[in-house]
Write a protein that binds this ligand. Structure first.
Ligand SMILES: CC(C)(COP(=O)(O)OP(=O)(O)OC[C@H]1O[C@@H](n2cnc3c(N)ncnc32)[C@H](O)[C@@H]1OP(=O)(O)O)[C@@H](O)C(=O)NCCC(=O)NCCS
Length: 291
């Protein structure tokens, strides 16, 4: 007899490691979610944010599905593809009930096992105005790390540089990333200091970074995120950092790298940077909804 599948709510930060392990277990090149996406997305609120509702589906104590509703009505999901028939509908029904309205389900267009039940239920795909590409490259044919402008170096972050690294991210991007958030992220698996790389200017300033997340089971790394201070852009720092990180993953046994970038014309630069690093489009994130 097949064991029953039961649902339980995500219970806080203690559930992050099981979620990451499920992501890793589920990963294929065609998956929307890599370890790095989850580690990064959850760095701000590892226990879940106020607009998020999350639940696991389990069988015999093993996670077989995860639903992640962002209110008002956007659903992300991970489901063991062998159980997708049935379980996808269950996750969508759970989210619809909580949202009190039909939800938009985001998937990578390569996730055939998840898409089939969505289509069977009458949903159709559309591309949001701001959409993301999944870009990938193999690690078998890496170019050498290019030479940097005079006086610049590229290296892993040092132990005492976490606050400076958090400040660099804030300047490039996002004032929400506090020193505490960064210290928390850096204290948890799967963060590894050797894959948190910075470019240092001749005056000692941290000028650019790439945060790399390496899945050593599937041998695939992800860049998330990437940034260069405005005054140091177009010097080749991101390129040198990226290639040095690809080498570091290959040296660790890696076979593949991936990164997400906006695919619409509203924000084209990152995908051009990654194209210059040899990444090619593997798929787009699309949304399935009822007509
Ligand atoms: C994206 C970003 C990290 C690029 O950093 P960078 O250090 O300036 O990039 P590089 O100098 O290494 O550029 C490498 C190549 O990418 C392409 N590229 C970089 N910036 C570009 C631009 N503004 N327009 C077109 N192509 C560009 C070029 O092919 C470039 O090579 P070239 O200068 O020899 O032509 C930087 O613009 C940035 O921090 N942007 C804001 C944050 C962000 O969007 N991060 C990415 C998403 S996580």
């Amino acid at each position: 007899m097949t064991a029953a599948i039961t649902r339980r709510d995500y219970s806080g930060v203690a559930d992050l490691a099981p979620l990451l392990r499920f992501t890793q277990y589920n990963w294929t090149p065609d998956s929307r979610w890599h370890l790095g996406d989850i580690a990064w997305e959850f760095s701000f609120a590892p226990g879940g944010g106020p607009h998020e509702r999350m639940a696991f589906w389990e069988r015999n104590g093993e996670i077989v599905g995860f639903g992640w509703l962002t209110l008002p009505a956007t659903l992300a999901l991970m489901v063991d593809p062998r159980l997708a028939d049935g379980l996808v509908d269950e996750v969508v029904d759970w989210a619809t009930g909580l949202a009190g309205q039909p939800v938009a389900v985001g998937v990578l267009e390569t996730e055939a096992a998840l898409i089939a039940p969505l289509v069977r239920a009458g949903r159709t795909a559309s591309l949001p105005d701001h959409f993301f590409l999944n870009l990938q490259r193999e690690l078998s044919d890496l170019p050498p790390v290019p030479e940097l402008p005079a006086g610049f170096t590229v290296r892993p972050l040092a132990d005492d540089e976490l606050p400076a690294r958090a400040a660099l991210h804030r300047t490039v991007w996002n004032p929400r990333l506090t020193d505490e958030v960064y210290a928390g992220l850096a204290s948890r698996w799967p963060y590894r200091r050797e894959f948190d790389r910075v470019a240092v200017a001749p005056n000692g300033e941290l000028a650019a970074y790439i945060l790399g997340w390496y899945d050593d089971v599937n041998r695939v790394g992800e860049f998330e995120p990437v940034g260069t201070l405005p005054e140091y852009r177009r010097l080749g720092l991101s390129r040198a950092l990226g290639i040095s990180l690809l080498h570091a993953w290959r040296d660790a046994g890696g076979r593949r790298a991936l990164v997400y970038a906006r695919g619409d014309d509203g924000y084209p630069v990152p995908r051009q940077v990654y194209a210059a690093l040899g990444f090619r489009v593997h798929g787009r994130i699309v949304r399935y909804r009822l007509p």
